[in-house]
Design a binder for this molecule. Sequence first.
Ligand code: AMP
Length: 363
Amino acid sequence: MEPRTPLKPGSTIGILGGGQLGRMLTMAATQLGFDVAVLSPRDWAPDARVAAHAIHARYDDAAALKRLHELSDVITFEFENVPARTLEVLAELGADVAPGPRALACTQDRVDEKRFLNDCGAPTVDFVAIHDASDIGPALGALGGGPALLKTRREGYDGKGQAWVRDPSEAQAAFAAIGSKPAILEAKADFVRELSVIAVRGRDGDVVCYPVGENTHADGILRTTLAPAPGYQDVQAHAEAIARKVVEGLDYVGVLGVELFELADGRLLVNEVAPRVHNTGHWTQDGCLCDQFEQHIRAVAAWPLGPTEARASVRMENLLGPEVDRWPQLAAQANARLHLYGKGEARPGRKMGHVNWVLGDVR
Ligand code: AMP
């Protein structure tokens, strides 16, 4: 990769997407002296409210994309379901888009993503592409019986669009439960724990990773990350090697999250990759000198990457729905660093904020 001239403070970074990840990216960019222009289809979006420029428009609104391009020196995204076509349109206008459309497109389809992962030497569970319900029985056989997890190929997140299939008699119901959409059937991973590694690749091809975190989920939604993960020294090099294959294989620029299953025999399988800053990297805000949000801004702005080592152990806890009402108690705790997203209605399961419990020295 060709080294680039670092983007000067005072330049403008465009962000596609309106959520909390964009909000925290905006705050990190602002700290480095950049302005941010946000394009979001949502009115009153969490990141639009802290950005210098807010464009309220759909991702396929040609005039809005032109406006974003005119405002921005580089454009990135905070949401992996931005249409890949949107990035292509911006690139055709001459915009500098990072990460690029290819990385986004590959990670938007679970089958394409797993094929890519296996091709670049990053192991995953066995899987079969599913076109309709009649494919499920034979696929279950090919995966060694059940149970197996049926997921929509596209647009699933936080456990949405997923159904377990224990035997072929459940095929029809499972396919209906995920909306009768093109799908992937995945063998069940018998993991001992879920881990993740947050990687960042700079414009010059430099790759660094944060210490591996240990994650717990409920109903497919992340609840906690403990980082560095207990015993992370034993898995760090292995996880980093996998992450490096992924970011190099995608010719990636920016932060990317790699979710891993750790098996009893020590193998690591990639569950999925997210081409953006990641919920399991939120601990870095209070555990590291340079967090994942600043790191992403540094990468897309062609700045040198920042340090990634942990200065403290952190337990990140997501505040879902009405759990955010605990803010007065949390704000009174000396070691609880509170991050709230400024969202309106606290619907059950909605990510309203998170708290980083700073546990002290790295264990
Ligand atoms: P995903 O949306 O693919 O990240 O899945 C959400 C959660 O479901 C994961 O964090 C795991 O806890 C669980 N899960 C996903 N895929 C599998 C699998 N193949 N085997 C076992 N559990 C899985």
